[in-house]
Design a protein around this ligand. Structure first.
Ligand SMILES: [Fe+2]
Length: 168
């Protein structure tokens, strides 16, 4: 009788999806950075939802809730795509903040300033995602390209809606 390998979950998974192992690894690493940045943006967006005050309170409070709920779903989807590619998904607050492209250093005081940070960070994330779409297409990973293309649309919409709130 063979002993079950309790460390099995820590090993990378061999898949026969038609994408080479090193390409899957590269895609997983890049997806990990997008995941971590999405995690940072999630936390930032929630911080604005909690702390905003002033005449825009209700609009900002509602909009940021819609955005962080969507981000939570996308974070899960990105992590599960990494797993389907055969690698470990980054997890934990410290790891996420180390891997994120955005620094999440908002002073949650001034409504206009905090919204501007969210606009910038949604745009940074959509630019970074665009690069990974190109990589996914180069490696013929249509699923990752599809998932990420959808995210670009969402982050562009987020930036537009937030920007419209503070337009003069
Ligand atoms: Fe809430």
């Amino acid at each position: 009788m063979t002993t079950p390998n309790i460390n099995a979950a820590l090993k990378e998974t061999t898949t026969k999806s038609g994408i080479e192992r090193d390409e899957r690894l590269e895609l997983s690493e890049q997806l990990g950075l997008i995941l971590a940045t999405s995690y940072a943006l999630y936390s930032e967006t929630q911080g604005v939802h909690w702390n905003v005050v002033g005449p825009m309170f209700y609009s900002v409070h509602k909009l940021t809730e819609e955005q962080y709920v969507d981000l939570a779903d996308s974070i899960d989807e990105l992590a599960e795509r990494i797993r389907a590619l055969g690698f470990k998904a980054p997890a934990g607050l410290r790891t996420m903040s180390e891997l994120s492209y955005i620094d999440s250093n908002i002073d949650y005081t001034n409504a206009v300033e905090m919204i501007q940070v969210l606009v910038n960070d949604n745009e940074t994330l959509s630019r970074k995602i665009r690069d990974v779409v190109k990589l996914a297409e180069a490696h013929d990973d249509v699923k990752t390209a599809d998932l990420l293309t959808e995210r670009i649309g969402q982050h562009e919409e987020n930036a537009w809606m937030l920007r419209s709130l503070i337009a003069e």
